[in-house]
Design a protein around this ligand. Structure first.
Ligand SMILES: [Cu+2]
Length: 128
């Protein structure tokens, strides 16, 4: 009986260690400015618990944009995604600031952008 308890304890400790080792590396909390950002339009976006600020951003078709995405929500992750614009997910954990360079597509118009974790949190890009 004692051996069984010891075995169970060892297995539990091993599973714990494996679980820790396979988890994601910690996020860089204040990402550096990516290379090639010179001359890019800086678009600062703030996530809070209820929305993204600002609700609308004007950008120029075909230009370079440097996103500075801050998550001021102390508890939840948020992401910035636009399937209409093939904008790759920018994920921010609580209190993180992400910096990503993006080339605006050449199509103009209004496009929905939002957080897929919280579908109520959305905004618009107006590409001119
Ligand atoms: Cu969200």
């Amino acid at each position: 009986m004692r051996k069984l308890i010891v075995c169970v304890a060892i297995v539990a400790v091993m599973l714990f260690i494996v679980g820790c080792a396979s988890s994601k590396p910690p996020a860089v909390m204040d990402e550096p400015v990516p290379a090639g950002s010179e001359g890019a339009q800086v678009v600062e976006l703030l996530f809070n618990t209820k929305d993204i600020v600002p609700a609308t951003v004007n950008i120029k078709a075909g230009s370079k944009v440097l996103f500075v995405v801050k998550n001021t929500d102390p508890k939840e992750d948020h992401n910035l995604v636009s399937t209409d614009l093939s904008l790759k997910e920018i994920l921010v954990v609580p209190n993180q600031t992400a910096r990503r360079l993006w080339t605006v597509p050449s199509k103009t118009g209004e496009f929905n952008v939002g957080c897929t974790i919280h579908p109520d949190i959305r905004m618009k890009f107006v590409i001119q």
